[in-house]
Design a protein around this ligand. Sequence first.
Ligand code: PLP
Length: 304
Amino acid sequence: MKTAKKIWMNGKFVDWKDANVHILTHALHYGTAIFEGIRCYDTVNGPAVFRLDDHLHRLANGTKSYQFGLDYSIKQMSDIVKKLIVINKLRSCYIRPICYIGYYSIGLDTTDAPYELAIVAFPFGKYFGGKSEKGISCAVSSWRRIKSTILSPHVKASANYLNSILAKKEAMQEGFDEAIMLSDEGHVSEGSGENIFVVKDGALITPPLHDAVLAGVTRDSLMKIARDMDMEVFERTLLRDELYTADEVFLCGTAAEVTPVNQVDHRRISEGPGPVTKILRDSFFNVVNGKDERYIKWLEFVRG
Ligand SMILES: Cc1ncc(COP(=O)(O)O)c(C=O)c1O
């Protein structure tokens, strides 16, 4: 991976190589961490972070759900992110804030746990490399997405990602690029690190949040962009066979952006991005690159 010069850790900017934790860091043993994934784009008006406050709100809400102590306000975290980008002289990058329980005790009583915060920013390309443009293949996973009576699927918690990793590994070992997970009830939920959309008869359909879906910022952005284009958008339960018979399928997320899905479980969906996916993807890139004035409020410009 590409690195940067400095990382912000518990109040200080430290050198990349010095941003270390103790082996008994609680989060390392029990997954006691909540994090975010955010992108900064190199727009004509300089670097701009896409929906920074919305990502930080999701982080803050996650820490509230799990009763983590987060000693920083949204404004303070937002300022740190922008300063970090400036210090590292980054134009476009991926940003990873993480709130975690530090070195403290081997036990599960977190009453007096030290909650730490680190923010990392580094250059980051396309999540699916060369396939991001042309499209990927997906398999419906034999692993079900975590359910809300076990762990919250709405929180971007580190512990959740073992579930995603099981699904992703299985899919890749079988020759696919990505996994699509079903909820415990067998409803289409999402990818290992992306939300999912289906296009049917010109309408967009995405699973509702109660089908074990992370409330993706990209998902929300695409629904708004599509509605502004007078497209019909439905949040409704999708069954597995609706993936096979869809006109188009795509995954979306901060890392994956808008990635077309060409086949699901060996059923051919499209050759590259279908027409609706293409329009939405082009509009999305116009928005994140600051070329669409209507959505300029979604960009947090970084002034150096
Ligand atoms: C499990 C999961 N679902 C969906 C998403 C997409 O969310 P967002 O668009 O906020 O990045 C992500 C990525 O963060 C994810 O990890």
